[in-house]
Write a protein that binds this ligand. Structure first.
Ligand code: GTB
Length: 212
């Protein structure tokens, strides 16, 4: 099997691993699958060759022996479907792990993305200062709920799964804001994800491209 993913030629985060190719790299590393990376410039991302792979002109994409995918959640799910390291075989445990994948992307990530938007993309707009605390409150509410469910467990539902991979990745986007540190158990949960050898390999691979 030959796998190629796409990533930023130079990530705007300078190697913090926050661009979504890191999530796909991490899943591939957990599954033990070798992969190639094609780097794409901002201009090339919007050109026909890339738009054929990704209708919205973004990264990451995933190609595997005639199959082309976009959307990180779908790519991670595809990888996880074939690897028990990422999705348990038991039908109920598997369905719950998939639920956590959706929860990460649909319930936890949106308010975090709102914070990025209001602080960075719309930082110079007159409403930015007033809106920021409202968005922060919505994030805190979600994090309280997530921390309550996690309790003192290691992972969200038994063994580490693709649900944890996406949840940790989503929470990592909060780190620059300092808000993650308000929730000690979630900060520890994220640190535990980052300590996994597969994450370390994924992070190092993107850093090698994006540092300096
Ligand atoms: N829903 C899609 C998915 O999950 O795959 C979203 C893909 C997406 O947002 N891709 C971004 C992209 O290609 C890169 S990851 N943007 C270029 C464009 O739209 O033209 C988002 C991202 C970008 C930058 C940082 N950062 O600098 O910290 C973090 C995350």
């Amino acid at each position: 099997m030959s796998i190629t993913i796409t990533a930023f030629e130079k990530s705007p985060d300078g190697g913090k691993g926050l661009a979504r190719d890191t999530r796909v790299r991490w899943a591939l590393e957990e599954a033990g699958l070798p992969y190639e990376v094609r780097l794409v410039s901002p201009k090339a991302m919007k050109e026909p060759a890339h738009l054929r792979l990704h209708p919205f002109g973004q990264i990451p994409t995933y190609e595997e022996d005639g199959l082309a995918l976009f959307e990180t959640g779908s790519i991670v799910f595809h990888i996880a479907e074939h690897h028990a390291q990422l999705l348990p075989r038991d039908a109920h445990a598997r369905a719950r792990a998939i639920t956590w994948m959706f929860a990460a992307l649909n319930s936890v990530e949106p308010p975090i993305l709102d914070l990025v938007t209001v602080r960075i993309i719309e930082g110079d707009k007159p409403w930015s200062k007033e809106r920021t605390p409202l968005v922060q409150e919505r994030i805190r509410q979600r994090l309280h709920q997530l921390a309550a469910r996690l309790g003192d467990a290691e992972w969200l539902d038994g063994a580490f799964s693709a649900g944890d991979l996406l949840m940790v990745s989503v929470l990592l986007r909060l780190r620059p804001s300092g808000m993650l540190d308000e929730f000690a158990s979630l900060a520890a949960y994220v640190a535990q994800g980052e300590a996994r050898p597969a994450y370390q390999r994924a992070f190092a691979a993107q850093l090698a491209i994006n540092a300096a």
